[in-house]
Design a protein around this ligand. Structure first.
Ligand code: C6P
Length: 438
């Protein structure tokens, strides 16, 4: 069944602006029409047919990891059935074919993110690895007078590596504060930037609250004082298609498993000049030019940052996952998920004593909430008994939980394969949990 969604509101304008998809102005009213065959799409995801605790699975933990379509699963099986070999080091046919597939995937990723060069795409094990690679590289470029800016909305993986960097270099860490809606205070950001600011690190979309951050503004202002910017795209890439050249961002990192790909693989985009400036992260095979006991010279990009045998199948099918998501279309994905967000927000708000954390005017399909007087873990446990998968806890964002003075939240996060019927099941599950736990 095709679903036609027509949204008319300032909210759509804001989302369209933030997510850069096309809108048509009809009779002076902004119209956004999305055709998404959700029932057909769901057939691509075998796991959505399974039962959990005797109930059909309702998977609403997409911000933790997305589910995997059979196109990606088949590509993994195909790789191990037909191409499995080590890459970049064999003259034999299998090795060359595997190398070609791996490098073709790098080019797919380059094109998807609109990087200028394929060698600006470094395969990593995920967002965390990409951030640590850059943080480690900057250790040799910073001193005690330098300043680093992060935001109050960061995941621990975009806080701890910078704290470790500050410990190593003596640099100072500054934090862009947030308001109760979960939006970053840009006027304060302006005052934090100084001639000493060397780096700014912000996530594109908050995993705990769903806030879409104004990264264009953040990047431009940072560049005005000569600072480099790393954007953590772990939560944006499932919903939008970032254009790294248009953003003029210095580094952009993400994980394949958030966007229908496998776990254990991701990418770091870095501008060529920056990647050439940073020292290698790990030493080992493949990242060298010449090795002797006197001196080692390093390989050119991207191999300088890719020591050891990588997750070859993962790297190859990262490209398959990107193809899959593009075949659906990011403008359709974003508009449909926005529809789900609106529907779920409205329905959950009817439950007395339910409080939503993160009400930014510009947010994606993540809803963090608590029931008054009830621990989020207990709600999550009851929802699981009903077959509903949500995440509970601090979501690796303890500073956000401290800001709201709560131990954690229940987080429901929606993907393009979720339905309004599943949201109805969530809402009745939350009502049941409230009844049982009150
Ligand atoms: N957030 C969540 O449930 P890795 O683990 O390296 O693939 O991604 C880390 C990461 C970094 N930044 C952001 C904004 C993230 O959301 C995540 C992963 C998951 O919210 C697991 S903690």
């Amino acid at each position: 069944m095709f679903k036609l969604f027509t949204c008319s509101s300032n909210r759509v304008k804001a989302v369209a602006r933030a997510l850069s998809y096309k809108t048509n102005s009809i009779s002076g009213v902004l119209q956004l029409q999305v055709m998404l065959n959700v029932n057909n799409i769901r057939k691509d995801f075998p796991i959505l047919n399974r039962k959990v605790n005797g109930k059909p699975l309702v998977y609403l933990d997409n911000a933790a990891t997305s589910q995997t379509p059979k196109q990606v699963i088949d590509a993994i099986v195909d790789y191990y059935s037909n191409y499995n070999a080590n890459i970049h080091r064999g003259v034999h046919t299998l090795s060359q074919e595997a190398t070609d597939l791996y490098e073709a995937s790098r080019i797919k990723i380059q094109k998807h993110f609109n990087a200028k060069h394929a060698h600006e795409i470094i395969f990593t094990s995920g967002t965390t690895h990409g951030i640590n690679l850059v943080a480690n590289g900057f250790a040799s470029l910073l001193n005690k007078n330098d300043e680093i800016i992060v935001s109050a909305l960061e995941h621990h993986s975009n806080i701890v590596p910078w704290q470790m960097l500050c410990e190593r270099t003596g640099a100072t860490l500054k934090v862009i504060p947030m308001n109760l809606e979960g939006e970053l205070l840009m006027d304060v950001y302006d005052t934090l930037l100084t001639a000493h600011t060397k780096l700014v690190f912000v996530n594109h979309i908050s995993n705990a609250l769903g806030t879409i951050n104004p990264i264009e503004y953040i990047i431009e202002k940072a560049h005005n004082v000569g600072a480099a910017v790393l954007i953590d795209g772990a939560q944006s890439c499932p919903h939008i298609k970032p254009n790294v050249q248009e953003l003029d961002v210095d580094f952009y990192v993400t994980s394949a498993h958030k966007m229908c790909g496998p776990t254990g693989v991701g990418m770091l985009y870095g501008k060529e000049a920056w990647l050439n400036k940073l020292p290698p992260y790990q030493g080992g095979g493949e990242m060298i030019d010449q090795v002797s006991f006197k001196k080692t010279t390093y390989a050119a990009l991207p191999h300088k940052f890719e020591a050891g045998t990588p997750d070859i199948a993962g790297g190859i099918v990262f490209g398959t996952a990107i193809d899959y998501m593009n075949s659906i279309g990011f403008e359709h994905i974003a508009a449909y998920e926005n529809e789900l967000l609106g529907y779920a927000t409205k329905a959950l708000q009817t439950i007395e004593g339910l409080k939503i954390y993160g009400t930014a005017s510009n947010k994606t399909s993540v809803i963090s909430f608590n029931l008054e007087g009830i621990h989020p873990y207990d709600v999550g446990t009851i929802l699981d008994k009903l077959g509903i998968a949500v995440r509970t806890g601090h979501h690796c964002t303890q500073p956000i939980m401290d800001f709201y003075k709560i131990p954690g939240t229940v987080r429901a996060s929606f993907a393009f394969y979720n339905t309004k019927e599943e949201i109805d099941i969530l809402v009745s599950g939350v009502k049941k949990a409230k009844m049982m736990l009150s």
